[in-house]
Design a protein around this ligand. Sequence first.
Ligand code: ADP
Ligand code: MG
Length: 702
Amino acid sequence: MVRIGHGADALNRAVPDATAAASADAAWPGLPPGLAGRLAKLDIRRPADLLLHLPLRYEDETRLTPIATAREGDTVQVEAEVVSSEVSLRPRRQLVARLRDQSGPLVARWLNFYPSLQKQLAPGARLRLFGEVRSGFFGDEMVHPRLRRIEPGEPLPEALTPVYPTTAGLAQSALRKLIGRELDRLRDDELLPVGVREVLGLPAFAEALAMLHRPPPDCDAEALAAGDHPAWRRIKFEELLVQQISLRRAYNARRAKRAPALAARQELTAALGARLPFALTGAQRRAVAEIAADLAAPHPMQRLLQGDVGSGKTIVAALAMLQAVENGYQAALMAPTEILAGQHYAKLRAWLEPLGIEIAWLAGSRTKRERAAEMARLAAGELPLAVGTHALIEDPVALPRLALAVVDEQHRFGVRQRLALREKAAGGASPHMLMMSATPIPRTLAMTHYADLDVSVLDELPPGRTPVVTKLVADGRRDEVIARIRDACAGGRQAYWVCPLVEESETLQLKAAEETFATLASALAGLRVGLVHGRLKPAEKSATMVAFAAGELDVLVATTVIEVGVDVPNASLMVIEHAERFGLAQLHQLRGRVGRGRTESVCILLYARPLSETARARLKVIYEHADGFVIAREDLHIRGPGEFVGARQSGVPLLRHANLETDGDLIEPARVLAEHLLSEAPATAERLVERWLGGREGLLRA
Ligand code: ADP
Ligand code: MG
């Protein structure tokens, strides 16, 4: 059997949608009712999409294997005659057929079957069966083989049989027929310059599709399986090319928009710099300079500030906001949780109030009345800065002179929410956007999956941090762990205890958190233990966090609400219960809560057996690595890019065929050709986009 290593992408394609299915029939006349809807689930919306629906793997039905020579574990095709068949009831109800060819006997079994299958298995019938040979109770057998009744002498297929990603109610054979029909109709549809194809050794479009959909028996099956056959490379290159064209067009559209040009006056920014108790790291200075240059341009910045937890993104954002303020404009900072927004608000106040700059605080926990006065002053353009949660993008909030919108933990917001903040500026002006993320996104992924975006990276931690020591501890040794917490707190330190993740239900999650809290509170009698979880009111959450930050609590029991942004340098111990249930990005974020002060910090990962293979792989990665970028890369290995945090929410269609890890060498030539086509052959660029994206290019613009 031939497999292609990009199954994960195929799994990411379809999002079922009943109403879409209903209208799909109307959009694609000439198909039996319901079929268009099922095809739409595979993202096939028009005949041309069928051609680009490529096989997951191939099966070799071009050859027959004599039964006696098939070895256990081989997936083979045999041609045999039915000797007998019967429904047997023991050990369970099943259909058992005895067959033979000239070389020997074979048993085929089905545990689920329709009467029609029994009819096909009439004694004397000639069949071709395809399946894996096992050695079973009755001798050599196949369980649930695929089968076809044939006439004696019927020729074998001449091509490998493609196996396509499909969906419920859509048989491989139906899909094959539809695709085959489209392939027969395909005439020359070449859109790549001959020179480029020659340099990269790529076959023509029609030739590549014929190879992939109907590989001849003498083809290089291994290269087809591995996905590096020239036919695959051709398709992957074209896919990357289309993506580059789209990104480039989005970039050009942005450059054509106008935004306030904010000169780097170095008035307020220099004043803040002079007051800071620390010097910026080299990476921070680089990011500040990149952002300052963007802000001075008359078109909107769209920049991602990417930096590992604790790398100091907040001060970079503060300096950018001051550049807006010193030009007489407003800036806003939005964070996904009230805890995080509250920390930003407190920090910015400490930095900026001495400079005489006031900040509006917009969060769900404040009453309308508390907010009203500030909102009026924001609307009048009198208050220069606003910090808050989603409350910032609610209807009554107006920021008429908004020139810079900062979104922290940007992947936690949807595209629409980010747009809503941008649209707060008066008269449809386009403010500059700065997005921040501690979830590291590998550079290639950022380049190709996020809409037109510039990236600044903080790849250096502020000095004076001691690396966190990570320990893997089996669940049975929990008492030792509790003793460690006592020791740490006796020494004046604080600790986090992260409750097990219960993904199935928020109610169960809450119950688990409360139980953990009760157990720990009694095991740690004499220590002050607090609890935060997602069901608390924002004000209650904040109060507990503030108490922990102020040292009024020794131990904070928490669900993953503490995942983002929390900054309590005196906390030096973190315990994560059932660490095997967490994703890598989450573990890394959680661990980043400690190691923020000068004492050595420890992160204990409690795990319970049995460990799945993935869980084991994840724990190994988090144990061995501290660098968020390395961890993100490993995460990509374990999960595949479609699963990567943030990529899904970005609203950008993922690559279906190209793989950024293995096909990275094609990205640069694709980028060069994209630019060339856009300036020299825009009609060809347009046809390429049309071929791959149809009307879906708009998604890339968000
Ligand atoms: P993150 O990138 O995770 O948002 P923060 O902005 O919260 O990180 O910064 C983490 C801590 O490091 C804060 O207490 C911040 O004041 C401090 N910090 C930031 N930059 C520096 C620096 N250059 N030197 C020392 N401490 C810094
Ligand atoms: Mg932060």
